[in-house]
Design a protein around this ligand. Structure first.
Ligand code: SF4
Length: 371
């Protein structure tokens, strides 16, 4: 489960840890800031670009750290607003990172608001019945550097030759930790990575624009509530009663709604901000009016926003998306009692909701070719 790469990624270093490594090496400690500035601000693509560092130091960095721990191997563009990137790690594991664009009136899609959805594990142990990422179980946790590197992969583009062009291409508005894996099951690496993304010497990305999504690991939600950085929280609920939730989310056995709901409440009280309840609508599983009413009660008590996501078929799984009328009927129950609700419509989310499929397919192809 634990993987130690031959060389640790530079993107897993904090200012303190890198300063310490340089001190041990007999280098001046101010070099740590210079190095991180090249990585995050100037978006260097090689050690050789770090021209204000002496050559022997660049050679040491090259021998000590992995510059690109997550390499882009495939980019897939959906019909409208979503791009999916398949990244290969140093042990050849594959992970997915998704770019989701929110179309705005009068603005071309290339200038629309961008959300980056990142992964935290290779596979997932949570075994949610509807999810492609959980189909093959958990392979391993990502280290902090691999989590951070997903963002840098979005920032880098082969055609962006100057630091300024890289910065322009790097602009995105939100990060959601909602890709492959259960983020809170990889807690320490997650927090280290988000600290690096947030820090002024790192990517400088505001904590309020970072959302962590969990299937409901109650002790970790309570731990997250105590973190000094105020990240946003989303809960993959997908069932508004224990009976329904348990059918599709095994995590509900350990943390049923009577434990989960107070933990969400404690989080939002501590951070004073609205939590999002994610609810994938699956035909004849959780799309009844009774489920909508139960969900409305939960959302009202928690002052939560509800995000309804019509299910997208996953190869090898039997579940289906409800009709548009049924989706609307469900949403109307929530609207009637003034619960803030979003019903996703964009086609591009097909590859977003079916997270994990691109990786599974590529792994199968690779096995077939034995490469
Ligand atoms: S939905 Fe999330 S928590 Fe559940 S198996 Fe898939 S990746 Fe894991």
């Amino acid at each position: 489960m634990k993987y130690t790469p031959a060389k640790p990624p530079i993107t897993g270093e904090t200012l303190d840890s890198l300063t310490e490594r340089l001190r041990e090496q007999g280098e001046p400690t101010f070099r740590a800031k210079q190095i991180l500035e090249w990585v995050y601000k100037k978006r260097a693509r090689s050690w050789d670009e770090m021209t204000n560092l002496p050559k022997p130091l660049r050679a040491w960095l090259d021998a000590t750290f992995d510059f690109f721990p997550a390499k882009l191997v495939l980019g897939k563009q959906s019909t409208d607003v979503t791009d999916k990137l398949l990244l290969e790690l140093s042990d050849r594991s594959l992970i997915e990172t998704v770019i989701i664009r929110a179309p705005q009136d009068g603005v071309g899609i290339e200038h629309s608001r961008k959300t980056i959805c990142i992964s935290t594990q290779v596979g997932c142990a949570m075994a949610c019945a509807f999810c492609a990422s959980g189909l093959a179980g958990l392979k391993r946790d990502l280290n902090a550097g691999e989590i951070v590197a997903q963002l840098l992969n979005v920032c880098y583009r082969e055609d962006a030759l100057t630091p300024r062009a890289r910065m322009e291409l790097a602009s995105f508005d939100n990060i959601v930790v909602m890709g492959m894996g259960e983020p809170l099951a990889n807690y320490d690496n997650l927090i280290r990575a988000l600290t690096i993304l947030n820090a002024p010497w790192g990517l400088g990305f505001g904590a309020r624009r970072i959302t962590i999504s969990t299937s409901g690991l109650v002790p970790k939600i309570l731990k997250l509530a105590d973190e000094p950085l105020g990240f946003r929280l989303a809960i993959s609920l997908h069932g508004a009663t224990d009976e329904v939730r348990e059918k599709i989310m095994p995590v509900n056995k350990a943390f049923p709604l009577e434990k989960l709901i107070p933990a969400i409440s404690a989080f939002s009280e501590k951070h004073g901000r609205m939590v999002t309840l994610e609810f994938i609508l699956i035909e004849d599983v959780n799309d009844s009016i009774a489920q909508a009413e139960a969900l409305a009660d939960i959302a009202r008590d928690l002052h939560a926003h509800v995000n309804l996501i019509p299910y997208n078929t996953v190869e090898g799984l039997p579940w289906k998306r409800p009709s548009v009328q049924r989706q609307e009927d469900f949403a109307n129950v929530l609207r009637a009692v003034r619960v803030p609700v979003t019903l996703r419509r964009e086609k591009g989310h097909d590859i977003d909701a079916a997270c994990g499929q691109l990786r599974l397919k590529t792994e199968k192809d690779r096995d077939a070719l034995a490469v």
